[in-house]
Each structure stands twice: as C-alpha cells, then as structure tokens.
Design a protein around this ligand. Structure first.
Ligand SMILES: O=C([O-])CC(=O)C(=O)O
Ligand SMILES: [Mg+2]
Length: 217
C-alpha cells in the first residue's frame, strides 16, 4: 500500500465531502442533526495550495470558511468494513471547504444541488500531505481557523457525529474509493463570511497550519 501520497492532488479523482458532521455546526445554520451522512462531491479542479488565493466566485455575496480534516485514501476499495477502514487511509490533509453560502441557501430553497456553492475554482484549499503516523489521534485533534488574526473556529475532531472508520465504510458502499481520493469530514461550528483582502489561517493540532488570502474573481 502506498503510504506517501505527496501528489494526492494529481492522483486522486474525487473529493467526497460530508455535510453537518458536527452537531453544533448543523444547529448554527438552522439545520437538523443528520441521522446518516450527507454526502456531496467537489471537483479536484477546486484544489489550491498555499501561495494561491481563494477567489470569491462571481455573484457571491457570502463566501464562508469551513475548516475540515481531510482523509487521503491509500488503498482502493469498495464496501470496506469499519474494522478494515483505517488500513485504507494513507494519511491526512488540512482543508477548507469554502462555501458560497448565498448560492447554497438558494439551492436549498429550490431543491437544487450544491455543486456551484461548494465546487467552484479555489473552493478547496489544502495543506501538503500529512503522513498517517504524524497524526496519532485523528479522532481527537484540534481544528482551528482565524480570519485576520481573530479566532472563528476552534473545534475538535472528537465532536464528529460519524467517525472516520464509519465514513470510509459508508462512503465506499456507494463510491469506490481510489488512491489519492480525499474525504472531507465536515466542519465544526463558527463558520462565517470572508471578504476581499481577508487573511485566513487554519491549523490541525500542532501538526500543520496554513494561510490563504481572499480576493475577487
Ligand atoms: O455547508 C454545510 O453546512 C455542510 C458542510 O459542508 C459541513 O458541515 O461541513
Ligand atoms: Mg463542509
């Protein structure tokens, strides 16, 4: 099994994201706490890395930050059991699931998909690949995010509703998981808007942090 996927962004063919996997975040946006995972896809063309800028999509008036733990798949599989799930994980990535909240609200009202709200260019800023052994407690790690030095999100992966092994198993029941694919595990509470010129910093425990600036399209 490949354990080093430094090039996961080139190798992986999909980003499967989980919505409302933290109770407090589901509630802060007036949504129900889910009883099974809510899944959506982001295209891999939405990846950016440090040095590139987050671009506010044309017509968006409420671009929200969502800091998330990403799981990088190393060993492919379908219908992976929860017991086997961690053997399919090659490592992790710190990610932002940037969300055009006004687009999402409109889509929700009209029963339309979230593809535009969640999948526009630059909507998935990521850190470099984190080796599995570097994150010893993925189920109990701090996730934080600051905008212009003010703390906005300060959560912990222990508050996930659905665990990492459960998500790998559940997702692989429907989507075959392949090398380099990324699962975004949802965001803790404290999401909010960013504007042109804002600076977003985020971190995962004391393992990795990154900085991204926001600009107009
Ligand atoms: O847009 C949302 O609230 C759903 C989502 O991505 C999350 O919970 O991370
Ligand atoms: Mg999200």
């Amino acid at each position: 099994m490949a354990t080093n996927l430094k090039n996961f962004m080139q190798v992986g063919r999909k980003i499967v994201a989980v919505g409302r996997n933290y109770r407090a975040h589901a509630l802060e946006l007036g949504n129900q706490v889910p009883t099974k995972p809510i899944l959506f896809l982001k295209p891999t063309s939405s990846y950016i890395t440090e040095g590139e800028k987050i671009k506010i999509p044309v017509g968006c008036s409420s671009l929200h930050h969502e800091v998330e733990l990403g799981i990088v798949i190393g060993k492919p599989g379908s219908r992976i059991s929860e017991q086997e799930a961690m053997n399919h994980v090659a490592g992790y990535v710190l990610a932002l699931d940037m969300t055009a909240r006004d687009f999402q609200d409109e889509a929700k009202k009209k029963g339309q998909p979230w593809s535009l709200a969640k999948g526009f260019d630059t909507s998935c800023p990521v850190s470099s690949f984190i080796e599995k052994k570097s994150l010893t407690a993925p189920e109990n790690t701090r996730l934080w995010l600051k905008v212009n030095d003010a703390i906005k999100q300060d959560g912990n992966t222990k508050d996930m509703i659905f665990s990492i092994p459960f998500l790998v198993s559940y997702i692989s029941t429907y989507f075959k998981l392949e090398e380099g694919d990324v699962i975004l595990t949802g965001t803790p509470e404290g999401v909010g808007p960013v504007c042109e010129g804002d600076v977003i910093q985020a971190g995962l425990g004391d393992i990795v942090s990154f900085t991204f600036q926001v600009e107009k399209s």
